[in-house]
Every structure is written in C-alpha cells, then in structure tokens.
Ligand binder design. Structure first.
Ligand code: EPZ
Length: 427
C-alpha cells in the first residue's frame, strides 16, 4: 500500500486552490438519479469517494463522463435499484441513493453500510423519515429494502439529531411526493444548501434553505439541470490548520470563508492572522526572530452541527493543540469513536488523555514532536497525522493513505507546491 513520507520543519508559503466539496459532490451526484436527461455538475473533485459514487450510478444504469472538474451524468435509462454490499462497504454515503431511487421508482435495495472507524453510523433516522412519506422498509440479509405502493406522500419528519445525509436523503425522497413535506431539526450544513440549489434548478419547490425547518412542496416531475459544487470547507480548514502548525503564509483560492467562521475564531485565538475576500482566505503566522511561527497556544473546542465547530476538523485541530503551551480540552459530541488519531499522535510524542468523549491535550510546545511511522485509520485522522508530520523533527511515514485519498484531492502535490517536504511512495 502507498505511503506518504514527510520531512518535518518546513513552513508553508504560496497559494493553493481549494477543490469542490466531497460532502456536496456525493449527494449532488446521487440527485442525478431523480430525473432523466443529461445533468452537468461543475467543480466535482476527483476523489476515491466520488469515483465510488460514479461507479454506483453506473451500476444503477446511468452513464457518465468527466471532463476536467466537470462531470456529466445521463440517468435516462436506469436498469437497477440495488446498491451492492461490496460497494457500500467502501463508502457509507452510498445510502444517499435511497432517497432518489424511492422518488424515481418507488423502490430501492441498499446494503446496510455497517460501521466505520469513527462510529456505528446507523441510518435509522433516514428510514424513519422515509416511513413518514409512506415508504415501508425492512431489513434482511444485511440489506435495507424500501418500497412505496404508488406515489410517496408528504409528511412531517423530525430528526432527533440534525443528520446531514439523513436530511439530504429525505429531501430527495420528498421532491416528487404528493403534497408537502416538512423536515424539522434539519441539518444546516452548506452542503445541504448546495443540494437544495440543485434540486430547485431541477424544478423542485423547497423553502427554508439554511434553516432547520425545510418545506418541500411535491411536484409532478423534475428535469436535468446544471449545477456547481461548493468549495470544500473541510479541505480549506485542513490547510488553515496546517499553516498555523507549520508556520508560513498561504492564500487559499476558490474557497468560501463564510463557511469557516468557527475555525477562524479559534485560530485567531492562537495568534494566527487571517485575511479574507469573498472567495479567498490568507492565513499567516507572525514573524518571530526571522521565523514565521505562531505562538504556541491551547484553546478548547466542542464539535457541533453547523455552524458550530465541525467534527471533520477535530482531528486536524488536535494536531495543532499538541504544539500548545497549556492544556486543551477537545470535546467530540457528534461521533462516539472519533479519537483514532490520538494513539498515533502519542507515538510521535504527543501528551493526550482520552476521558469519554473528551480528549485532554497537554501541549508540549513547538519543535517537540518526533517523526515516526504512523498508520491512518480514517479520512480526517489521516490529515491530522500529515499536519503532525509537517511540524515534527525528522521523518514521518504515513501508511494506509487510501483513507486520505477518499477526501483530499492531490494533497501531497498541493503541500509540496507550498514548500512542504512530502512525497507519495509505493510501500
Ligand atoms: C455527514 O455524515 C458527513 N458525510 C460526515 O463527513 C460528517 O462528519 C457528518 O455529516 C457530521 O457533520 C457526508 O456528508 C458524506 P450525521 P452523516 O448523519 O450524514 C447519528 C467526512 O469525514 N445518526 O450528520 O453520516 C450519527 O451516528 C465525513 O467527510 C444516527 O444515529 O452524519 C452521528 O452520531 C465523516 N442515525 C450523528 O447522528 C442516523 O440515521 C450525526 O451523523 C443518522 C445519524
């Protein structure tokens, strides 16, 4: 398996373009199943996960082609309504085809995704939402079978937890239901808004974008449309944290700073300088004795649904807190097992104690982490280890980087263009 080799100690300088958001591309690609015709999606990142979703669309009968960052999907002739285990087990977000298949054909059979490194990841909220729209669901042999006699009908769906893909799945199931659907305690993530924009472009009638209450008035049919994936706020946040940790000055282009408020506030507390325009963000560390370095600091974070601090940046931020000058409490409230990066960071010299859903990080200061061979366990934990490697003395070897390639487009190339000493090698 491929590895990343990182020689730590180089600050980051330059400009890097932010790719389209993985967590927007996946639901928007699934939404092409809702209407026959040729759908055009711009700014689609070329990632392991988007390739998996395109493979799934092809299994279901759609045809697609990629031209640079534009993907065209023709879902005129669907031939399947089942997402197989071998594919779903590699990407949980495959469950996002449930909603559109139900809306288009009244039936879907999708392998239960099973758990993953960060938690059990059930889909009970998705299934309860479908049932409110007249769908019957049953579980057998590790698959969920969802079916509706005739048209789906509108209903009121309340999410105990503002599930992101749960909201997206019910949105897609309801757009052609008979009557109005109201989703209460809906997720407000920007990626949900991106999906709403695409559905409206396809002819859907949806009110409440950006709020926790969505009203969807069912229409008879939808048509193919042209859409653009929003920038990846998690990729952008990852690079912001990398600069705060390694030092330097980097401008992120093609990003939306408005989606990064929670992280920005925390980095400002760490003495990082941040300048923004509507679609770019420059992050820099002050010069101290001729060296660009942010004064070590320790701040507490609690992960929350948007617009709170994103759980998808928790592991990366922890790598920064390791370099702090005090103690930082990192409270993970979204997933039950999202501290897999802790053991690997400790192998590099970090001082971290896990107490239930909290990690107590005792900062060891700058220049104290030691490079080491470490193993990626999940997508964002991988990014945390890369950030740690950029600041550690000596060489860090990150293995199982297929996790990283699920959600970061050309990370090694982008970091190398900023002066990092990082290479991908075949193990
Ligand atoms: C989405 O996952 C993202 N994935 C995740 O990003 C992200 O971490 C998460 O939202 C939270 O922001 C995509 O958008 C493809 P949830 P999702 O449903 O929708 C529980 C990454 O690194 N829950 O909002 O699966 C669940 O276990 C990935 O890019 C149920 O109990 O997350 C979790 O504790 C990781 N039953 C909480 O709710 C359900 O039916 C929030 O999960 C659904 C969720």
């Amino acid at each position: 398996m491929d590895q990343l080799i990182i020689e730590g100690g180089s600050p980051l300088y330059g400009t890097v373009g932010i790719s389209g958001a993985k967590n927007a591309a996946l639901p928007l690609l699934a939404a092409t199943l809702l209407a026959p015709g040729l759908h055009t999606l711009h700014n689609v990142p070329d990632l392991r996960d988007t390739r998996t979703m395109l493979n799934l669309l092809e299994i279901l009968g759609a045809r697609w082609e990629r031209e640079g960052q534009t993907v065209r999907v023709d879902s005129s002739h669907l031939t399947g309504r089942e997402a197989p285990y071998d594919l779903v087990k590699t990407m949980r977000a495959s469950v996002l085809v449930l909603g559109p298949l139900l809306a288009r054909s009244g039936f879907a059979r999708v392998s239960l995704p099973g758990g993953c490194a960060i938690g059990a990841r059930p889909i009970n909220f998705h299934l309860k939402g479908f049932e409110k729209l007249g769908v019957t669901t049953r579980l057998e042999h590790g698959y969920v079978e969802a079916a509706a006699e005739g048209l789906l009908h509108g209903g009121t769906v309340y999410f105990d937890v503002p599930s992101v893909t749960g909201t997206e799945n019910v949105l897609m199931a309801s757009v052609m239901a008979k009557g109005t659907t109201v989703i209460k305690n809906a997720a407000k993530e920007p990626e949900v808004g991106n999906l709403i924009d695409m559905l409206v472009a396809m002819g859907a009638e949806i009110e409440g974008k950006g709020t926790d209450r969505l009203s969807i008035h069912g229409v008879d049919r939808l048509h193919a449309a042209e859409s653009t994936i929003i920038p990846d706020r998690i990729e952008a946040g990852t690079y912001m944290i990398a600069v705060a940790a390694a030092g330097g000055k980097v401008t992120l282009t093609g990003c939306l700073p408005i989606h990064l408020s929670a992280l920005t506030e925390k980095l400002l507390l760490c003495g990082v300088c941040i300048e923004t325009t509507a679609d770019s963000l420059t992050v820099s560390c002050p010069e101290v004795d001729g060296r660009s370095i942010c004064r070590p600091c320790s701040v507490d974070i609690t992960t929350l649904p948007y617009p709170g601090f994103p759980t998808d940046l928790q592991a990366q931020f922890m790598a920064l807190m390791v370099l702090g000058d005090g103690t930082s409490i990192i409270h993970e409230t979204i997933f039950e097992n999202r501290f897999m990066h802790v053991a690997e960071l400790k192998r590099m010299g970090a001082d971290i104690t896990i107490e239930g859903s909290r990690a107590v990080v005792r900062g060891i200061g700058r220049d104290k982490l030691c490079g080491a061979p470490v193993m990626a366990t999940d997508l964002r934990a991988s990014a945390s280890l890369v950030i740690a490697g950029l600041t550690a003395s000596g060489t860090t070897k990150v293995s199982r980087i297929y996790h990283l390639e699920r959600g970061y487009e050309n990370m090694a190339e982008k970091l190398r263009s900023l002066g990092a000493k990082i290479w991908k090698v075949k193990a």
